[in-house]
Design a protein around this ligand. Structure first.
Ligand SMILES: [Zn+2]
Length: 273
């Protein structure tokens, strides 16, 4: 199953000459399940870009939305497959039953010119457990509540050959011996790939603590303690240039043990699970 990153930016899109390599779109990752179905993690502006590459044949998109802060749902109104009647868009609502409805509330004719009845695709909000829906496609999902302002969910996805943990908009905190940190370590433990929010750097700890995002040293500590195979830094701050992200990635790589590889998420990055 191919994983494709369509947007890796946090809080706001960040277009411009300084963000060409890592990209400026906000959170969106796709996982190809089979020829006719795709799992999508978050619906930030990267989703609109993904829609531009959508197959012409009828397709089902399963959406797992971590939370409805705008950088995680803003691509939905301009997701081209919504306007094709042969497509199905299925919101997976475990653990938050209101998630699909909240994301779709953008179609109110006010914040976006179209209303829900203008959408041509078959849009469903499925209340059944995620595994009940996806296990037949060879994928298993577990979840955990993130430490973020309001609600936010992280997902652990077991594919046919590898596991992926997606933890965005999560403030780890530097209480490495605390119970909360231990729970995050257990959730990510032994995963092949960990995609984690690394929006802030140590110098910003004093002014950004409590904002619901993680500082680079804490993310490295998590990856090390959880013994993940590969750490992918995610939810890049909108103010970071490509050169800034290069420096963060280099710093993280020099902190981690050689058994944990490190890279920074960029638009167009792909790998298999
Ligand atoms: Zn965010």
């Amino acid at each position: 199953m191919k994983v494709h990153i369509w947007g890796a930016r946090g809080s706001l899109p960040a277009p411009g000459p300084h963000t060409i390599r890592y990209g400026g779109n906000t959170s969106c990752i796709s996982i190809s399940l089979d020829k006719s179905s795709t799992l999508v993690l978050d619906a930030g502006t990267g989703l609109a870009a993904m829609g531009q590459h959508a197959p012409r044949a009828p397709h089902t998109y399963y959406l797992l939305v971590s939370h409805v802060h705008w950088d995680h749902i803003q691509g939905l109104p301009l997701f081209a497959p919504l306007m094709c009647p042969r497509n199905r868009i299925v919101f997976l609502t475990e653990p938050d039953p209101d998630m699909g409805q909240q994301a779709m509330s953008q179609f109110d004719g006010l914040r976006f010119p179209l209303c829900r009845e203008d959408i041509e695709a078959d849009v469903r909000i499925d209340p059944r457990p995620v595994d009940h829906i996806l296990s037949g496609l060879g994928i298993y999902v577990s979840w955990m509540q993130m430490n973020h302002t309001g609600t936010c969910t992280g997902f652990r996805i077991k594919g046919p050959s590898r596991s992926l943990v997606y933890m965005t908009d999560n403030e780890l905190g530097n209480d490495y011996e605390g119970a909360a940190f231990s729970r995050f370590v257990a959730f990510a433990g032994g995963s092949d790939v960990l995609i984690h929010d690394a929006q802030f750097v140590e110098d910003e700890r004093e002014c950004r603590t409590g904002w619901g995002h993680s500082f680079l040293p804490d993310v490295c500590e998590l990856a090390q303690r959880a013994q993940v195979g590969r750490l992918i830094l995610f939810h890049h701050d909108y103010s970071r240039s490509d050169a800034d992200i290069d420096r963060l990635c280099h710093k993280a790589s020099s902190t981690l043990m050689p058994t944990t590889a490190c890279s920074a998420a960029r638009e167009g990055m792909t790998f298999d699970i």
